[in-house]
Design a protein around this ligand. Structure first.
Ligand code: IVH
Length: 680
């Protein structure tokens, strides 16, 4: 290599180091990253490759050589007696990642090819921040962040507000027991937090991890108290006078027994194939988890083998993180379009250069509202960060600075609704722009019909957006009850409809008439009445008339119903045309069980305090129906099996949840047994 090439490689390495330091500072110190993790990882890998090819460029202070993380001013530094290390990351999201790790372990242990498979503890890789909890003689003394691995920050004041972290460990008198795990924010809480921030016109958080890190590292504990965080334990730090269990799986059992939250999807598996199966199984469950994960972690289960394997350049040889596709990516914002929602809200929608994020290709993402868009400084042509996690609609969470070329004007909201031409208004103090056209606006009518038909509402299969477009544009549907006046002949005459599909839709409409009060309320699309509020209303009032006639004061008595929601419900039923819609729907045959089996005050609650998990297909009940019945009897239905699960209700083709139930000795019921329990 000539002198010129050498100096340009060295300049490139210096530039990469500078960029990595800048972004690490944004991420670790400010909790405000400017680029997605995947982008950071790319830069990191590039520098690593460069340093490997040109060892003379390697510096001890290179970001590749040390765990980055600094102590925030105002927080006390904490020296970790046992350093908090990171684990090797396998970014190949195929099964090769799992097989490669198993091969490396077998190799390092010098196992013969015919030696039995290695036993692993497999668990989720939580996307939060690592915390060390120090207990002395069983009492929580200190909580600290990881920092650079050697020195973290004292965050006892904020982490101490997390309700699920035990303050005292019963029966533990060890001088020192440090428990490590992840503090994170559940996705629904994150969404609610951002929704509140948006409504207040305040800064939103990019993702749950940044929200959690920002809250934990606040100087003021009162903020942490209002913004509930969660915790899962997954390891140990310093230990004195406590017998460490002989395997990782036994350690997690012991931690759970001490009262620490331990996540329920963990499993003990044997060999690389089973690791790969675990990776695939969790990939399928990822969207339905209530929190973000960015991969799974495999750990050699047996402690003796862990000790034998030891460490290589500050990473344990006995553990690896096997990643999933990133939930944040950057891409180009090609255009901004306006979408008119069910309640008339105008949402700016980003038209993106298609990008693979969170496991699917995304080309549209919400920008929420004009103020949010302005605050983030997003303009057409920018490089933006897109996030898609779980069932949440993909959103643009920010823009990557420093990429704009030339002048681009700020986006403006239209003065007239792009669908119906009605005036666009903004209520005083509100951040949302709305079309004033009401149900005159075809967009609002279409959205109202789609919502009514959606799975969690009336569940009318086959009523998709193309069909609703035709029905509304063709004047066949003006109000919801018109749906039940559709007949096979009319439907079959529409584009892309045949006799068969028309007959299926009419049958689906017929089926949908058998509803529950909660579903019906939700289906009406009353502003601020989501699924859970609808359930609360049904449970509280038991009968529709009582809700229709309820005063604001009476509505306020319902669990979780505040003034805004109460007013919205009251206003809805005060409108004569809304009452008429309700009447006509009932006249069309929409009905539900009187009192709806929902717990009316005083109704028996045979399943109170019991937690159920449903899996597989039941012979006669849909999952929604089984869930409604359990909840009506006071039980809870959860998505995943853990030690806290009382019963797993299993139908045909039940999968891993059933295995898990057997593993944990959770009682398994079939539909008949569930019915018997309900009648008890
Ligand atoms: S074990 C020596 N287990 O990933 C092994 N880490 O790079 C220590 N993480 O900082 C870590 N879920 O914040 C472990 N189930 C899990 C994890 C996990 C998330 C995070 C943790 C750590 C990073 C490792």
């Amino acid at each position: 290599m000539n002198a010129h090439a050498r100096s340009s490689v060295s300049a490139h390495a210096a530039e990469l180091r500078r960029l990595l330091r800048h972004h690490a500072h944004r991420y670790y110190v400010l909790d405000a990253p400017e680029i997605p993790d995947a982008e950071y990882d790319k830069l990191f890998a590039e520098l690593q490759a460069l340093e490997a090819a040109h060892p003379e460029l390697l510096r001890p202070d290179s970001p590749t050589q040390r765990v980055i993380g600094a102590v925030r001013e105002g927080l006390e530094p904490v020296a970790h007696v046992v350093p908090m290390l990171s684990i090797k990351t396998e970014t190949d999201t195929s099964s090769a990642g799992a097989l490669g790790f198993d091969a490396a372990v077998r190799n390092a242990l010098k196992l013969a090819p015919d030696a039995p498979p290695v036993r692993y503890a497999a668990e989720l890789k939580f996307d939060g921040l690592a915390i060390n909890l120090r207990y002395e003689r069983g009492a929580l003394r200190q909580a600290a962040t990881r920092g650079d691995g050697e020195t973290g920050e004292d965050v006892t004041h904020t982490v101490g507000t997390i309700a699920e972290i035990p303050r005292h460990l019963h029966g533990v008198d060890a001088p020192v027991l440090e428990v490590r795990g992840e503090v994170f924010m559940r996705r629904d809480r994150f969404e609610a937090l951002n929704e509140r921030q948006r409504e207040a016109g305040a800064k939103t958080f990019v993702n749950p991890r940044n929200a959690a890190a920002g809250i934990v590292r606040q100087l003021d504990a009162s903020i942490a108290r209002q913004r509930p965080l969660s915790f899962f334990a997954y390891g140990l730090g310093e230990v004195q006078g406590w017998e460490i269990p002989p395997s990782h799986s036994a350690l997690l059992d012991a931690l759970a027994a001490l009262g620490f939250p331990v996540e329920g999807h963990r499993a003990v598996v044997h060999g690389g194939e089973e690791l790969a199966q675990f990776h695939a199984r969790i990939a399928a469950a990822r969207d339905a988890l209530p929190f973000d994960i960015d991969g799974v972690v495999y750990k050699v289960d047996e402690r003796a083998l862990q000790l034998q394997l030891g460490f290589k350049s500050r990473e344990p040889r006995w553990a690896v993180a096997h990643k999933y596709p990133a939930q944040e990516q950057q891409t180009r914002l090609n255009d901004i379009e306006i979408q008119v929602g069910r309640t008339g809200k105008l949402t700016p929608v980003a038209k993106l250069e298609p990008v693979f994020v969170g496991g699917t290709t995304v080309s549209n993402a919400t920008l929420h509202n004009l103020f949010e868009l302005r605050r983030k400084g997003v303009r057409i042509g920018d490089t933006v960060i897109v996030r898609r996690a779980g069932d949440v609609i993909p959103e643009v969470v920010g823009r990557v600075p420093g990429r704009r070329r030339g002048y681009v004007p700020n986006f403006r909201m239209p003065k007239a609704c792009p669908v119906c031409g009605s005036a666009v208004v903004r209520e005083k103090g509100a951040n949302d722009h709305r079309c004033s056209g009401g149900l005159f606006c075809a967009a609002q009518r279409k959205q109202a019909v789609l919502h009514f038909a959606s799975r969690r509402a009336m569940d009318i299969e086959g009523l998709g957006d193309k069909l609703v477009d035709q029905l509304v544009d063709g004047g066949l549907i003006d109000t919801l009850p018109d749906l039940y006046r559709l007949d096979v002949a009319t439907l079959a005459a529409l584009e892309r409809m045949a006799d068969k599909s028309a007959a299926n839709l009419v049958a689906a409409l017929e089926r949908s008439k058998q509803a529950t009060l909660a579903r019906f309320l939700y289906a009406l699309g009353i502003r601020h009445v989501g699924e859970s509020t609808a359930k609360d209303l049904a449970r509280h009032f038991g009968r529709l008339v009582r809700i229709v006639d309820a005063s604001v004061e009476q509505l306020l008595e319902v669990n979780d119903v505040g003034p805004v929601v109460a007013q919205s419900i009251h206003t809805f039923f005060a409108q004569p045309h809304n009452r008429e819609v309700v009447e006509q729907l009932r006249a069309a045959g929409v009905h539900w069980p009187e009192h709806d089996g929902m717990a009316t005050p005083g109704a028996p609650q045979p399943l109170a305090g019991k937690t159920f998990v449903l899996t597989g297909t039941l012979p006669s009940w849909s999952r929604e129906e089984a869930k409604a019945a359990i909840e009506a009897a006071g039980g809870k239905v959860s998505g995943s099996v853990s030690k806290k699960t009382d019963y797993v209700v299993a139908g045909a083709e039940a999968g891993s949840k059933l295995d898990k139930a057997r593993e944990l000795n959770v009682r398994v019921l079939d539909e008949a047994a569930l019915r018997a329990l309900l009648e008890a």
